[in-house]
Design a protein around this ligand. Structure first.
Ligand SMILES: [Zn+2]
Length: 235
């Protein structure tokens, strides 16, 4: 996307290293945005995600990639930031019905706030966020109504918004897609999903468990898309 003088418009993408955010970044680039990436080291159980985020940024040719450390472990309350066991083998109906212990309290509000700050500094009105409300774990901060409320807040909460210099927009190109549709879209745009990491509970060598919500949704998505997941799983 170009503005009046023909320069590419700046945008910020939140890059977790997972499949959804990699696809979102590829979509933003395809739409012509000059992309900067933000990843958050929040004290997640393992660092494979952040390594994946670096791989994705590099592979997509994103030149500005900030990795910010905001340690959420002292707050606890989640299987992703403390020694609580990650739930395994939940079926699709349970995922839709219960918010699991892998929910990190207010995580997406925190992450979007950080991305908003970065965007304001860069003069970027556009934020890309790879949430999905179809094949997901039922997290409340993945839903369209959350994103709409945050977009309203972004324009009230910032100097650039209040002065009218930037009209912030939160783009969630995946929000209504199934996992299979996301994978097909990313594949068409040249995303190689071996760059990404989704598992909540990998072994020490980084092999995915194949049984947490994130693995199950990913595996089902690849199966429905008729493609093979290039990520390696424990037998
Ligand atoms: Zn897993």
């Amino acid at each position: 996307m170009k503005d009046e003088v023909g320069a590419r418009k700046p945008a910020v993408v939140l890059l977790s290293g997972g499949l959804d955010s990699a696809t979102t970044a590829a979509i933003a680039q395809h739409e012509g945005f000059d992309l900067s990436a933000l990843s958050i080291d929040y004290g997640q159980r393992h660092h494979f995600e952040l390594a994946a985020a670096r791989r994705v940024a590099q592979s997509l040719g994103i030149r500005r990639h900030v990795v910010l450390t905001v340690d959420l472990r002292p707050l606890g309350g989640s299987a992703l930031t403390s020694a609580i066991e990650v739930p395994k083998d939940r079926d699709a109906a349970t995922m839709q019905a219960e918010i699991p212990i892998t929910y990190v309290p207010a995580r997406n509000t925190i992450f979007l706030s950080l991305a908003l700050g970065y965007a304001e500094v860069l003069g970027a009105a556009d934020l890309f966020f790879g949430v999905n409300a179809v094949d997901y774990s039922g997290y409340p901060d993945c839903r369209p109504e959350f994103v709409a409320a945050f977009e309203k807040l972004a324009n009230l909460a910032t100097k650039a918004g209040v002065e009218g210099r930037l009209r912030f927009r939160i783009h969630t190109p995946l929000v209504h897609l199934t996992k299979a549709e996301i994978i097909r879209r990313g594949t068409a745009l040249g995303v190689d999903y071996s760059w990404t990491h989704s598992c909540y509970d990998p072994d020490p060598s980084g092999l995915s468990c194949g049984r947490c919500d994130s693995c199950l949704l990913r595996l089902r998505g690849f199966a429905e898309a008729g493609l093979v997941d290039p990520v390696r799983y424990r037998d």
